[in-house]
Design a protein around this ligand. Sequence first.
Ligand code: GLU
Length: 367
Amino acid sequence: MNASDTLKNSKRVVIKIGSALLTNETREELNQGWIDNLAKDIHALNKSSKEVIIVSSGAVALGRKALGISADIAPEDIRLEQKQAASAVGQPHIFTGYYHAFEKLGITVAQVLLTTSETENRAMHLNARETLYTLLARGIVPVINENDTISTGELRFGDNDRLAVRVAQMIEADTVLLLSSTEGLHTEDPSKNPDAEHIPLVEDITDEHIKMAGDAIPGLSTGGMKSKIEAAQAATRAGISLVIAKELDGKCTLFKAQDNAPNARKRWIATHMKPRGSVIIDDGALKALQDGKSLLPIGVKALEGIFERGDAVSIQTGNGKGIGIGLSAYSAEDAQKIIGKQSADIHGILGYLGRDELIHRNDMVLS
Ligand code: GLU
């Protein structure tokens, strides 16, 4: 089974591309030929009605030269501000590479720079997700990287493995494909032991697999197998399969999504979100929610707490019983003005065109 076979049943795939693949041997120039081929592969996936989101590294690698950072300095030895400055130089460079490759195929690409807080923080999360959905609905391929210049943490290679999984959770992708210089998990580090065996399928990640992955290998462009296994753990627990490969038609390791994992996004809401307030709903709304519908303002009798758009609120019935949690599409202040009202009146009341739902069913977990 090659990497593209593992995508056969996926609808939405996040493909993460490591720095080593994007650069040529000197590691300082963009490998446009490689990107052109990737674009063709993605075009084929799009044609078989799969949605593809790219998470691409390479910004620091491509910006090093302009910053005068010599190729033999390991990333851990470069000062943070130097790396951040390098990424500012390199990012437009990589994006241009994608832009040209996809333009030839008639595909539009969009640059989306995220910080981890966007994938974790409420309002930013909601907006980032809606933006990505809007792009996908138009057949546009988002090209995501971390917004390295403003990120406050240490900038490490391997971070994008995690970012790819977070993005997958955020937009309910079913598979993450990590493309890098390795064909997947081996019983030992294959660069040290040529007899190391390749492992094509991992149904359950055990301590043994984690041991096989070893520690992060310091080097120009690899987060090592360790960060990939950690990403695989996070993904599979959230019901997302993760594939490690070097190319789409090559060998790979497939880490299978856990069957009993709840839908990734809902799990994220249930585990990451603390309610900042509550909405008290009427019987009609209760029935609608139990039938799998969204919560409309008209079904809400009262609100409690101070919350912003994108914050989690607990959903309660008239007798104070909590029935679930969801992300509010409106701040408490605006929600107060529209509860009990028809969705068609929202524009007139608030003076802007917001969502019809107070809590969309995709943003809601009932207990
Ligand atoms: N955001 C970094 C870059 O584009 C890379 C992070 C990673 O490789 O995981 O250079």
